[in-house]
Design a protein around this ligand. Sequence first.
Ligand code: HEM
Length: 312
Amino acid sequence: MLASDPPRHTRLRKLVTKAFTTGAVAELRPFITRVTDGLLDRWPVGERFDFVAGLAIPLPVIVICELLGVPEDDRPDVRRWSGELFSAGRPDFIDTASHAMADYMTGLIAAKRLHPGGSLLDRLIAARDGDDDCLSEDELVSLAVLLLVAGHETTTHFLSNALLALLRHPDGLNRLRENPDEIPAALDELLRFDSPVSTATFRFTTEAVTLGGTDIPAGVPVLIGLGAANRDPEQFPSPDRLDLDRDTTAHLGFGHGIHRCVGAPLAKAEAEIALRAVLDRFPAIRLAVPPGQLAWHRTRLVRGPESLPLFT
Ligand code: HEM
């Protein structure tokens, strides 16, 4: 889906949009809240711990696996392969992980055909096996893998970047703690300020084009810097300032156009529920190391800290 043009893209996207509408996501909120609370119950009080391992990784993995019907025992493997898919400078890891993921998904689809359930993956299988020829077997597998991967690595970094930005801006943090109903509106500025997806996937020019004074020939790959666009001073005055009151309607944190993130309502629901719970339950939360000492993932596509050590 992500690498296709209409009409194929339209056909594939139509199969999944319903699962991610605001209404469908509202039904998932009690589950997301339960998982968040369960994870936060395990946080030590008054001790140093890692926010990434303690919430930012497990929450999105559990949610997307639940939605797709990935059994609990298989989730650690999914998490590992997905991490390897984003490992910079290790094409061998990336290749092995993408094959492992596709093989796993092929097996899961076969198992679900024998014992159907009510998950999103079951619904995609039913669409594939129905009469109207709307999905090939290869498309089914790659769509399922895309949903699995796109649905958590990105949200993990969003949660970490958003909390880090607030910890570095105590006025914003205190404001949201005192007015948690402002959290949903703040999410777009947090996404703009430190975008978890730094670049879109490759696009290819279909004809020669001149953009910002640069001539780009036909048929070449183009990489769009979403994170850079989100700090464009012509679009966002004083872009390096976190400003929870600014107009962020034009931000590109979820991309733009027909490939704009289909999972945005789900990602926002997870971030809202997680931030609300963390700010409410841990009023003294603070960074355990100076921000300059944080290690960041060294990949082109996603951006986020490897760990976020905190004291509660
Ligand atoms: C804060 C978390 C997230 C961010 C920042 C994010 C960001 C993005 C961006 C920038 C794109 C466009 C990529 C491009 O144009 O090349 C995209 C597409 C996509 N995202 Fe997300 N995403 C997030 C969460 C999710 C979630 C939870 C899902 C759920 C499965 C998801 C599924 C997808 C899919 C399937 C596409 C491809 C859409 C298409 O090709 O039409 N994303 N996302």
